[in-house]
Design a binder for this molecule. Structure first.
Ligand SMILES: [Zn+2]
Length: 165
């Protein structure tokens, strides 16, 4: 019996940082984000009308309200700008610390900074300027109701990890 309602993966998956609901393709118009992740691509949406790039991905442009958006790729590597280790107030099921970083994706990236959960990094080792990369992992399938049937929503999620030297 793996379905607890809150999927977690050996402490690596943080529902508190997952801003997208756990939904199937049938419900979720940014599902492409997950499909792209599964292919190892880190993507977001860009408005075809005004060119505004939004992160996290949207279904409607926050600038001009157009729904004509396209998917663009973001860099999969960046540098740590700020790191935060949360030792207190950690959600149930997690061992502290939870490590988050504000990551600089570089001048050429359409999105300059993102906030991400950090994995594969021991406490008190990550510092400003460290190179980090995208890490994609499976999230345990989550049962959801769909047209009176229970289906299992397969999904992946991401974090960042230090680049091995
Ligand atoms: Zn727009």
């Amino acid at each position: 019996m793996a379905a607890t309602g809150i999927p977690f993966l050996e402490g690596r998956y943080s529902p508190t940082l997952d801003i997208w609901p756990i939904e199937a393709k049938e419900f979720n118009r940014i599902y492409k984000f997950y499909e792209n992740l599964r292919e190892g691509k880190f993507t977001t949406t860009k408005c075809k009308k005004c060119g505004r790039v939004a992160y996290p991905p949207r279904v409607i442009c926050p600038e001009c309200y157009s729904d004509e958006l396209e998917w663009i790729e973001l860099p999969k590597k960046g540098k740590v700008a700020v790191v935060v280790e949360k030792w207190g107030g950690v959600p149930i099921c997690y061992e502290p610390p939870l490590i988050d970083a504000w990551i600089d994706l570089g001048e050429d990236s359409p999105v300059k900074h993102i906030l991400s959960r950090m994995i594969n990094c021991p406490p008190e080792t990550l510092k400003e300027g460290d190179e980090v990369q995208l890490a994609v992992f499976d999230v345990p399938a989550h049962p959801i109701e769909l047209r009176k049937e229970t289906i299992r929503a397969e999904r992946v999620f991401f974090a960042f990890e230090p680049v091995k030297k």
